[in-house]
Design a protein around this ligand. Sequence first.
Ligand code: MN
Length: 368
Amino acid sequence: MERLAKIRQLMTEEKLDGLIVTTAANRRYLSGFTGSSGILVISQEHAVLLTDFRYLDQAAEEAKAYGFQVKKHQPAILETVAEEIKAQGTKARSKWGFESENLVEKDYRTLQAKLDRGILTPTEGLVNRLRRIKSVDELGSIRKAVEITDQAWARLQPELKPGRTEKEIAALFEYFQRELGAEGAAFPTIVASGPRSALPHGVPTDKKIAAGDLLVLDGGAVYNGYCSDFTRTVVVGAAPTADQQALYDLVLKAQQAALDGMRPGVTGKDVDALARKVIAEAGYGERFGHGLGHSLGLEIHEAPRLALTDETVLETGVVYTVEPGIYLADWGGIRIEDVVVVTETGIEDLTASPKTIILDSEDRHMVK
Ligand SMILES: [Mn+2]
């Protein structure tokens, strides 16, 4: 009920008589409903979740504690949304907010044509404002997702051997996450080896991993609907070369500079600059072509970000990834990514996996 009260408060501030929620993560956040399809229609007096036959029982059970009444929609869901808006009995020319990042133009037109009394009004990031600061329960789910990913990485290390393909490694990682209790992968796992590791989002291929290859793995788990996000870079089947080690140390130093500077009050832009400065001063500024990090939760990428243009001030309870990288075409790339939560005095790093370019198994091999 608490979330419903808060969104109603925001609706009042935005002078909206009602709100139509079509985004899956926002639907889940406000109503508790975990199914894949449905629309919320909310006014000050009513809160209704429209879904279809497949989900009626589940939705009623899940949405009850959140203060939503569940109704079945007609085959054309927008038809029912229009009827529901009518049924909620708001005044003529009432303003109904819709999620402008999500409702496509065709549906906007269809719905507006069906409303005789309401005017569709674009909103942006309204529910996201509530989602930014994570509750204790939400943090618990994120912690668990991060822990699953850490454990999957530990389990994967002995499997990282020359001759295996990137696709095999990605599949094993996702399998281990599932085995450890994940509902699924937060996004398709990135595995890029050798020169391909210079592709920041390298889709796994049939390429076999060669001894001495850099391997970047970027993956995450979903637990209780909440995501983790994780990147480590290692050298497979050989000791790292001096160049590989030096670049790794540079990326690690950049990440550490950002982690050390994160605390409430600084902006996302400031934090991005802390990491970027380290990389730029070493002459690789142009090779770090993406933002430093992003928030996450029910979705893998959420606002705010740690990026050149993000002026959002860090607040206690906001979760961020911190993931600097350097990418050199034809040579390879290195990225290191942790998930952290902002605390009153700084951050807590939720990711526990060691940060070393040397694989566990190679380590044992090399001390002999
Ligand atoms: Mn990420």
